[in-house]
Each structure stands twice: as structure tokens, then as C-alpha cells.
Design a protein around this ligand. Structure first.
Ligand code: ABN
Length: 173
């Protein structure tokens, strides 16, 4: 088997003579620089960023989580699901119990008591999910936080979306 040893030894020597460590490092360097220059110009999908840039902060748009009445709303906006701010979409029924928040209306600077009803009996709408928690208390007792399916008291506990009903100014209640 001496001939096999000799053969591999001579091949290894030839390879070592024709390639240096420096050239190998140079090749790796070129590859790394090339990929760092090319990757940023590849067409990444940035549509989600564009979408959020288009939805500017607007406390008067009832399809935005920032709409003033939604300050303590956790759920899908019925305004995005075929309903309105105050009415459930067709086929769904308002929950018999609700969550209450106190929100400031930027138009008059007054605070209003807002009641959030879940609309029940139709599968989750899935659009315009908001989780606003102004005035929310820690979840040590049910009813003191808003992450609750208020459809629990209805015939169907299936949650669809949430509506917000202004009950009055905070002073009068
Ligand atoms: N109040 C909306 C909701 C429904 C199901 C689970 C969490 C929150």
C-alpha cells in the first residue's frame, strides 16, 4: 500500500503548493462582502410597514385602535366586521354582560364611561384586533381586567367582535 500513501502525499503537496491560506481567506472575504452588499437590495416584503404608516394616528377613526372610545377595549372592532361602533354585525348578538372603561374624548376634553359589549354567536371576525388597557386593573379578580370573553353569559359563547357604547360623562355617573 506504499504506492497509495505516495499518491495521496504527492496530491496533497500539489494542492498545498497551488493554494495559499491567504487566498482562501481572500475568497471567503469577497463572498461575505458580496452577500452583505446584495442582501439589502433584494426585494423584501415591506408591505406591513407601509400599511402601518398609512394608518396614521387618528383618534376620530372608528376603525383604528386609537379611536378615543376604544381606550379600554380588548377585542376585534365590530366596525371592521360588518357592524358599527354601537351595533353587532348581522347574525351576532350582544353579550348580556360587559366591561366598562373611562375614556377621554379629545374633541371636548371630557371623560366618558364607555361600555364594551362582545358580539356573540358567530366565529371570530379576526380583523382589527385592539388591546387597549387604559384604566385596566391587574387580573387578580375577574371583571377587573378586560381580557375576558363576555359571551360567557349568552346562549352561544362564541366571540365575534366588540362594540363600544357611551353611557355618559364620567362626572354624571
Ligand atoms: N372581550 C373580548 C375577548 C373575547 C375573548 C377573549 C378575550 C377577549
Amino acid at each position: 500500500m506504499k504506492w497509495l500513501d505516495n499518491f495521496f502525499e504527492s496530491r496533497s503537496r500539489k494542492i498545498a503548493q497551488n493554494s495559499s491560506r491567504r487566498s482562501a481567506i481572500a475568497k471567503i472575504g469577497k463572498y461575505l462582502i458580496g452577500s452583505s452588499l446584495i442582501l439589502p437590495i433584494l426585494p423584501f416584503d415591506r408591505s406591513s410597514k407601509a400599511d402601518s404608516a398609512e394608518k396614521k394616528f387618528d383618534p376620530m377613526n372608528d376603525q383604528n385602535c386609537e379611536y378615543w372610545r376604544y381606550c379600554a377595549l380588548d377585542g376585534h372592532l365590530c366596525t371592521c366586521c360588518g357592524g358599527s361602533i354601537t351595533s353587532c354585525p348581522p347574525g351576532s348578538t350582544p353579550s348580556s354582560v360587559s366591561w366598562i372603561g373611562t375614556c377621554e374624548n379629545p374633541e371636548d376634553g371630557k371623560h366618558y364611561i364607555v361600555s364594551y359589549y362582545d358580539c356573540c354567536g358567530v366565529a371570530s371576525c379576526g380583523r382589527c384586533y385592539c388591546n387597549e388597557n387604559i384604566g385596566e386593573k391587574p387580573a387578580y379578580r375577574m371583571g377587573l381586567h378586560n381580557d375576558i370573553n363576555w359571551c360567557m353569559g349568552n346562549d352561544s359563547e362564541v366571540y365575534h367582535c366588540t362594540v363600544s357604547i357611551v353611557l355618559g360623562t364620567a362626572k354624571n355617573i
